[in-house]
Design a protein around this ligand. Structure first.
Ligand code: CA
Length: 233
C-alpha cells in the first residue's frame, strides 16, 4: 500500500552517525536521533529502535498510537537503566518519531525534535511539534521559525527518551488519503534544508530519500541526517 524509501548519512562534519532508523513490515517507520558523549548517542538511538522493533513483534497487530507510546516508554526505562549502570552513558538520550499506517488511518508517537511531515494536495505540513527550547520560544511568539533554525540553543530538547524519568509522549491518529506522502526525518535534514525545498523534492524526485540526503549534504551536512519517505497508493 505504500512505496517506501529510506536513507541515512553521517554528514560532512561528524565522525559517528548517532541516528538510527527502521522500517518494520511495510507500514511502520521509526527514526531516532541519539545524543550523549562518546558513543552514547548511538547506543541510545539503537536501543530505542531495537526496543520498538521487539515490543511490536510481540504485540498482536492492530497497533495504534498508544501501543507505539508503550514501546517508547519501554525504551525510556531501558535507556535510563543502562545509563544508571554505566557512567560513560550518563546523560544519553534519543528522539523517537514512529508512524504506523493501517487501513485508512495513520498512528504516530513522538518525542524530541525529529519530525513527521505529510505532503497532501501540494501542501507540506509538519505533523509533529518539536520538543525543543527554541520551539517553546517560537510558540510564545518570541522567535521566528527562521531564527529558530540557526539559534545557538536549537539542540536543547525539552523531552528526550532515556534522559528523564517522566516522559511526555505526543500521540495522535488521523485518516490518510490516497496520494499522501509521509516524511520522517532527523534534524540533520530540517536544520539544513527548508520546508519549501523538502516539498519540491518530495513532489519531483524519483528517489526522494537519496535526494533529501543530497540536499542536506549540499547545504553543509553539519549533522547526521536520516529520512524515511512513504507514499500512499
Ligand atoms: Ca541530530
Amino acid at each position: 500500500m505504500a512505496k517506501v524509501f529510506q536513507a541515512t548519512n553521517v554528514g560532512r562534519v561528524r565522525d559517528n552517525n548517532e541516528d538510527s532508523l527502521i522500517i518494520i513490515e511495510p507500514t511502520t517507520y521509526a527514526v531516532a536521533d541519539g545524543m550523549g558523549g562518546a558513543q552514547a548517542g548511538e547506543v541510545a538511538s539503537r536501543m530505542l529502535i531495537e526496543t520498538v522493533k521487539n515490543f511490536l513483534s510481540k504485540t498482536p497487530q492492530l497497533w495504534d498510537e498508544k501501543i507505539l507510546a508503550q514501546a517508547i516508554l519501554l525504551a525510556n526505562d531501558k535507556i535510563l537503566n543502562l545509563a544508571r549502570r554505566h557512567e560513560e552513558y550518563h546523560g544519553m538520550g534519543t528522539t523517537a518519531t514512529i508512524l504506523h499506517l493501517r487501513g485508512n488511518q495513520a498512528y504516530f508517537a513522538h518525542v524530541g525534535d525529529s519530525r513527521l511531515y505529510r505532503l497532501r494536495d501540494n501542501v507540506l505540513e509538519q505533523i509533529t511539534e518539536d520538543h525543543s527550547y527554541v520551539e517553546t520560544l517560537v510558540r510564545r511568539g518570541e522567535l521566528t521559525a527562521e531564527a529558530a533554525r540557526i539559534h545557538p540553543m536549537k539542540n536543547v530538547l525539552t523531552q528526550a527518551v532515556g534522559a528523564m524519568a517522566t516522559l511526555h509522549i505526543d500521540t495522535a491518529n488521523f485518516p490518510i488519503e490516497s496520494g499522501d506522502i509521509f516524511l520522517l526525518c532527523t534534524d540533520g535534514l530540517t536544520n539544513m534544508v527548508d520546508d519549501a525545498t523538502i516539498q519540491k523534492i518530495l513532489q519531483t524526485a524519483s528517489e526522494p530519500a537519496a535526494a533529501l540526503i543530497e540536499a542536506a549534504l549540499d547545504a553543509g551536512g553539519k549533522d547526521n541526517v536520516s529520512v524515511i519517505v512513504a507514499g500512499v497508493d
